[in-house]
Design a binder for this molecule. Structure first.
Ligand code: NAD
Length: 353
């Protein structure tokens, strides 16, 4: 397959970790006979330094011309004093809205070798934690009409069937590649929008008889994530609930350097990035953990290119390297660790068809 991938290293550790992502993508291409063309794109602080703004039209167009985007991270103390519309984060928001990404995916998985990093008790994570949150990203209360009245304020939450169907389809399809369960999280006992989500998702589930669908109120879901996270496979939810629950889910793994994410739109285009920031405290020192970025590359191959075997090849190599004791400093107990580039090498070395 021919792939055109936009690389946005960004700031801080961004270039360190994107370099390792490229190493893994190239190894995948070698193993499976694909061809990858890379397009370099500037966004964030580096773009402010070069062009005075965090994202230029030109760079946005370059990113949009690719099949998928790999982003490192943006921001850092150098640009902290900039006015709001000139901050590096604006570049990220510009990319997300400019590309129409409505579906945010955040997996949370606890590797047995790293279970001690989880704040949860061993007895709770004994059954394994491997879930993915599908969060609607461009609708709901964050985007509804909001106003101040003389003595109050309101924010409107609204959804259309179409907005629900397009993300629910993606969640059902992902469940098919996983353990086959979708949990719709809502507040259908109180909210009309939640009742629309339930009806619409239930109707759609007829197209996916091989996927089990269950429903959970959001207050219960926030409890179950720390009481019995093994219940969840694909957790599907609207924007604000997903904002809160995806942060909660990431915390139960305890390893910020390990968590990838994806933002998708209707076609196969997507932007893939680690959930952590630009970690300016460790930038350029060859100590950042590249695994979140490497796992973001696996998600790219799965969701943008439908290359499931290739995605699993990367994920298996990450798991194998962890079980062989490969650690960067952030996840090493006892001081035995290797650098960013060496970690990428060890994972690449374990990739096999
Ligand atoms: P951060 O995630 O960058 O760092 C938090 C802590 O985790 C730091 O101690 C850092 O060293 C460590 N860390 C993060 N990623 C790591 C990795 N891969 N390996 C090892 N250790 C890692 O969060 P922060 O310190 O709050 O933010 C730093 C900058 O990043 C800020 O400018 C912020 O605005 C920006 N930021 C960007 C994004 C993004 O680009 N998506 C997200 C969050 C924060």
């Amino acid at each position: 397959m021919d792939m055109r991938i936009a690389l946005i290293p960004g700031d801080g550790i961004g270039p360190d970790i994107v370099r390792e992502g490229v190493k893994i993508l190239n190894k995948t291409a070698d193993l499976y006979g694909h061809r990858i063309e890379y397009v370099e794109v500037d966004a964030g602080g580096i773009s402010i330094d070069k062009y005075g703004i965090p994202l230029t039209e030109d760079n946005l167009e370059k990113a949009k011309s690719a099949d998928a985007v790999l982003l490192g991270a943006v921001g850092g103390p150098k640009w902290d004093g900039m006015p709001g519309d000139k901050r590096p984060e604006k570049g990220l928001l510009g990319l997300r809205s400019g590309m129409g990404l409505f579906c945010n995916l955040r997996p949370a998985r606890i590797y047995p070798e790293l279970s001690s990093a989880s704040p949860l008790k061993d007895s709770i994570i004994a059954n394994g934690v491997d879930l993915i949150v599908f969060r609607e990203l461009t609708g709901g209360i964050y985007f509804g009409k909001k106003e101040r009245t003389s003595d109050g304020a309101y924010d409107v939450m609204s959804y259309t069937e179409g907005e629900i169907v397009r993300i629910a389809r993606k969640a059902f399809e992902a469940a098919r590649l996983r353990r086959g369960r979708v949990t719709l999280v809502d507040k259908a006992n109180v909210l009309e929008t939640s009742r629309l989500w339930r009806e619409t998702v239930k109707k759609l589930s007829a197209d996916y008889p091989d996927v089990e669908l269950d429903f959970m109120y959001v207050d219960n879901a926030s409890m179950q994530l720390v009481r019995d996270p093994s219940h969840f496979d694909v957790l599907l939810t609207e924007n604000m609930f997903g904002d809160i629950l995806s942060d909660e889910a990431s915390q139960i793994t305890g390893s910020i350097g390990m968590l990838p994410s994806a933002s998708l739109r209707d076609d196969s285009f997507g932007m893939y990035e680690p959930i952590h920031g630009s970690a300016p405290d460790i930038a350029g020192k060859n100590i950042a953990n590249p695994i979140a970025t490497i796992l973001s590359c696996a998600m790219m191959l799965r969701y943008s290119f439908s290359l499931e075997d290739e995605a699993r090849c990367i994920e298996d190599a990450v798991a194998a390297s962890l079980s062989d004791g490969i650690r960067t400093s952030d996840i090493a107990a006892g001081g035995n660790y290797i650098g960013t580039a060496e970690c990428g090498d060890e994972i690449a070395r374990r990739m096999q068809r």
